[in-house]
Write a protein that binds this ligand. Sequence first.
Ligand code: IPT
Length: 264
Amino acid sequence: RTLGLATSDLALMAPAQIASAIQRRAAAAGYHLVIAMQSGNDAAATINELLAQRVDGLLINLPLQAEEAQQIQALCAAKPVLFLDVEPQAAVAQCQYPNHHGARAAVEHLVALGHRQIGLLNGPERSVSARQREAAWHQALADHQLTPHCSLRGDWSAQSGYQALLAQLPNALPQALLVANDQMALGAMRALHQHGVAIPGQISVIGYDDTAESAWYQPPLTTVRQDLQQLGVLSVEQLLARLQGESVSDEALETTLVIRETTA
Ligand code: IPT
């Protein structure tokens, strides 16, 4: 009995921690897990790798537009498939955190602290969740008659966050920075430390994910928590329920704001 997981780059913290939770939960249920990590942009090739190994069901943690996800679902024919990073309007089974709630909560937190000049460090344009977080930030800022002080972009990695901030540093910094994931926040904070900018004294930083490392940043990171462990467990349980023809509980996943020491 085998499950398949198609995942985005496991060098990234969030997908790695989700995969770890999936592997454990699958093993506890007596299932072997086959993992296919996407290298290029060809999701179908990654899925076909799993199908060739005769998996009984598939979990797909790849950023997908609605149409791409529907095509993949068709490719998997009768096998149960569950998507973890897909446009919510897609007509496919999904298990994911609503990006707009978390992104809005981050803005509300900064505004409540009195910040008006708020900058963005966005995720990669091709990522559906990055685009959703960005759109929700814009909407929440607009609701407070604010526009982004600056709009930077990275590729989810710490290095890209570091470079984005280094490029911004000669210019005026915002009072607060919304970052689309914790890894980019790590790099951004490194650049700020290097230039003697006090966190949170001169700039507040808020991340997104709450990976296992985020409580150990210096200072510990305020962030929007997606419980990645819970996401992994729940996705396996939902897939297994579908495999066994049971009804699936549509337990809603909710992000929570974790206030630590990078915002004031
Ligand atoms: C999403 C993470 O929030 C982000 O940090 C990055 O790792 C990305 O995955 C990689 O695709 S979480 C995903 C389940 C939406």
